[in-house]
Design a protein around this ligand. Structure first.
Ligand SMILES: Cc1cc2nc3c(=O)[nH]c(=O)nc-3n(C[C@H](O)[C@H](O)[C@H](O)COP(=O)(O)O)c2cc1C
Ligand code: SF4
Length: 510
């Protein structure tokens, strides 16, 4: 290839010289050809990129296509039920609900509803009238002095830092309009969270951002002062782990540690700051519960809970045992599934660590019940809650309420370009590049956040009515059916072979 490069360029240079002999204007072509020639020469002698070294100039096409491959996939290849982590159909549903435009689909389902993993809701022939409003759920057990009535669906933890200032403001203003809460994420309480007065859950991670000492430990006085100064903080969430990267800390590089971020997080600006994978404020089940009690006292009695992705189940059981033994309790537990999102994480952690939300939620709820703890302790679920059906499923599996992160990002206009970790988010949501952030208009996007929440809950209440249920607490797993049950039914009722005729024998559709 290098030979071809030299040949073509030498030929071009000679050709231009020959034409230039007769028409001097042709010599302008050197303005284009010579820089390209210089770039090609550089490609062949540089040592970092094999492709460019072996295919000078042409190699750039590969990098270009690689860069736009998510767009090619999304615009030209993807079908409406394809697309990961969320299909085009799921994304479109959020866009439609957020824009308050028609959210119906024509002609019928596009899903393979005979597949073994299909999940459907069992409706009744005696549906109820749809209640006017979705109920709210009380957070705050016996030790809590300021209980909070939460919506069934709320904004999951995402920090200012991972999100742009305008994205944070739009989420908070939307939450205020819709009467639901907005979790700050572990990056501290920023001015952008506080500006519009929407309800906040202040999340505290292993970096204790916003309430940390110079050494990076928890600063009780700072925490107490901040909570007292901001009555819109309604609950405190201690983040133990997150589904997309359980057990992984974080690094705030010096370049991203701007004076603004440093002020919000209580850091030295322009220094690299490491969030360790674990907490320094506690080291076992008992000290975790003690720390939760301390946060509750310091906050004047707000509901305090912890967020985790389940890994070793025996560790969670041990926390429950300690609750029973000591009488200490959190007010809520947020269960995050391994399918959860993140701004940035190593692939091994997103793909291979932690339990998915469905088994994790069943396990947490059943364990709390086994120890007589559920009721006083509320369970929040997060992990791809996007539609009213997924919300209903989580409640059936044991959640009292749900959080959504990426659902609300779609409502802001996220197009799933998958560049959150590059500071080049084209929609201004996960970038701090002002030329991109300027596209996100808070007054418009807050309406979309509000509409998405309102319309999703509206459809949820319609589903509840279609099942003949009066109350959210009445939802059971038996209100759902799975495709593999149809296979069993076919084999039971038609043992002589309808399964074979329909090609639904066990395993055929898996
Ligand atoms: C951009 C982004 C930033 C996030 N930051 C945090 C965070 O600071 N703390 C946290 O506990 N979870 C964080 N998460 C995880 C979400 O709060 C949530 O638990 C997870 O994405 C699952 O919800 P989803 O499937 O609705 O996105 C983040 C997720 C995203 C997409
Ligand atoms: S549009 Fe922005 S927030 Fe959405 S996936 Fe792409 S980079 Fe991330």
């Amino acid at each position: 290839m290098r030979k071809a490069f030299w040949t073509v360029f030498i030929f071009l240079i000679l050709l231009i010289a020959a034409i230039g002999w007769f028409h001097r204007g042709a010599l302008w072509a050197y303005v284009v050809v010579l820089p390209l020639f210089a770039l090609g020469v550089y490609d062949t002698i540089q040592k970092r990129h094999i492709i460019l070294r072996n295919f000078p100039l042409l190699g750039y096409f590969r990098y270009g296509f690689e860069f736009i491959s998510p767009e090619i996939q999304q615009y030209f290849i993807e079908r409406s039920t394809d697309g990961r982590p969320f299909s085009r159909q799921q994304r479109s549903l959020v866009y439609q609900r957020a824009k308050n435009v028609m959210d119906t689909v024509p002609f019928g389902t596009q899903l393979d509803i005979n597949a073994a993993n299909y999940e459907g809701i069992r409706h009744t022939i005696y549906p109820k009238e749809k209640p006017a409003e979705a109920p709210r759920v009380k957070f705050g057990g016996a030790y809590c002095k300021k209980p909070y009535m939460a919506s069934l669906l709320n904004v999951s933890a995402m920090s200012f830092g991972a999100l742009s200032d305008r994205a944070v403001m739009a989420l908070n203003l939307g939450a205020k309009k819709g009467g639901f809460y907005h979790n700050t994420g572990e990056g501290g309480l920023s001015d952008h969270h506080l500006k519009y007065g929407g309800d906040l859950v202040w999340q505290i991670g292993t970096g204790y951002f916003g309430c940390r000492t110079k050494e990076g430990n928890f600063d009780a006085k700072l925490f107490q002062e901040k909570v007292a100064a901001h009555p819109q903080v309604k609950m405190i969430e201690l983040k133990i782990s997150q589904g997309a990267k359980p057990g992984h800390g974080g690094v705030l590089p010096a370049v991203k540690n701007t004076p603004e971020i440093a002020r919000i997080r209580h850091l030295e600006p322009h220094t690299t700051v490491i969030s360790p994978p674990g907490h320094t404020a506690f080291h076992d089940a008992k000290s975790l519960l003690e720390f939760i009690g301390k946060l509750r006292d310091l906050s004047g009695g707000l509901p305090v809970g912890f967020k985790l992705c389940i890994g070793r189940t025996e560790e969670f059981t041990e926390i429950c045992e300690q609750m029973v033994k000591t009488g200490m309790r959190p007010d809520f537990i947020t269960v995050d599934g391994a399918e959860g999102g993140t701004g940035a994480s190593p692939l091994e952690f997103t793909d291979s660590v932690g339990m998915p939300i469905e088994p994790a939620l069943m396990f947490v709820r059943r364990t709390l019940e086994r120890y007589g703890l559920h009721g006083e302790i509320k369970v929040i679920a997060s992990g791809k809650v996007l539609t009213a059906a997924s919300l209903m499923k989580m409640l059936a599996l044991g959640a009292d309420t749900c959080n959504s992160a990426r659902g609300f990002l779609f409502s802001l206009g996220c197009i799933q370009a998958l560049r959150c970790n590059t500071n080049k988010c084209p929609t201004g949501i996960t970038t701090h590049d002002r030329s991109l952030v300027r596209g996100l208009v808070v007054s418009d996007k807050c309406e979309r956040v509000y509409n998405f929440h309102k319309n999703t809950l509206h459809t949820f209440m319609e589903l509840l009515a279609a099942c003949g249920l009066d109350k959210v607490e009445d939802i059971r797993m038996s209100d759902f059916m799975r495709g593999d049950e149809f296979v069993q039914l076919a084999n039971r009722y038609f043992p002589d072979g309808l399964g074979a005729v329909m090609n639904v024998s066990p395993g055929a559709s898996a």
